[in-house]
Design a protein around this ligand. Structure first.
Ligand SMILES: *Cc1c(COP(=O)(O)O)cnc(C)c1O
Length: 252
């Protein structure tokens, strides 16, 4: 209803109108799923994953009220964060992360959703400590990415993440690192399998984590194709890309 006026650009450009329409459709799916899940008015946070889309689209999304954006490649994210430094955005890093990129990510990211090994915890802790001294940045929210692949049927399509058995030790390590905040768990549903059993498993892993770390209640789950299933099993953070931005353009 406010698509055009919210753009703030008078004669709104066609892309802003398209994004507003897609965003409204996704928000309505989220609201219905929350009702179906009996969650009442408690909606999960919406992170719009903008990878491969230009910084100008993020500016349009910001004009539509979006604050949380997700990226999965450091080089691209760092460039966009610099270009959009005038906007009050919260950057979520959601992709596989090499330890050597930790320093760069600590400059712009508020959260990393893909923490999956001890070396990465240590690299992020060091980078955040340095960045806190240099710029006084806030603590970094860390989500432990858990692999939900059925080991027997993996077929090599590994999508990243720690094995469930590795979660307690990773949690201890994050919680014991100054500058890192243990937020909770994150997962990507396995390819070619129904998402419900995977997200149900993630909810169980989350419950185990919360028993030991009561504040680590976040569950980052749900993408364009499976947000309803994720909400059903308690997702607190959705990571939605293509249903809001359209199919990803070829990398130029
Ligand atoms: C790209 C990506 C998303 C968004 O996926 P869509 O299917 O485009 O909604 C979410 N999470 C991660 C980790 C991603 O890499």
């Amino acid at each position: 209803m406010t698509e055009l006026s919210a753009s703030g650009q008078g004669q709104a450009d066609a892309r802003t109108a398209e994004l507003a329409q897609r965003l409204a459709a996704v928000r309505s799916r989220i609201a219905s799923a929350a009702v179906d899940a009996g969650r009442g008015g408690r909606l999960p946070a919406l992170i719009v994953v903008t990878k491969f889309h230009p910084a100008e689209d993020i500016r349009r999304l910001a004009s539509l009220g979006i604050r949380d954006v997700g990226e999965n490649r450091d080089q691209e994210a760092a460039a966009k964060a610099l270009e959009l430094a005038d906007l009050a955005l919260t950057w979520h890093f959601v992709g596989q992360l090499q330890t050597k990129k930790a320093k760069s990510v600590a400059r712009y990211a508020s959260a990393v959703h893909s923490v999956d090994r001890p070396q990465l915890v240590d690299a992020l802790a060091k980078a955040v400590r340095n960045e806190r001294e240099a710029s006084g940045r806030a603590p970094l929210d860390c989500f432990i990415q858990v692999s939900l692949e059925d080991q027997k049927h993996d077929g090599g399509a590994h999508r990243g993440g720690a094995a469930p058995a590795e979660v307690p030790a990773l949690a201890e390590r994050i919680a014991g690192s100054e500058g890192l905040n243990l937020a909770g768990v994150m997962a990507v549903a396995p390819l070619g399998a129904p998402p419900e059993p995977a997200f149900e498993k993630l909810a169980g892993i989350s419950a185990g984590l919360v028993a030991a770390f009561p504040a680590a209640t976040a569950i980052s789950a749900g993408m364009s194709q499976d947000l309803e299933a994720a909400i059903k099993f308690g997702a607190t953070h959705l990571r939605i890309g293509s249903d809001i931005l359209g199919s990803r353009p070829a990398v130029g």
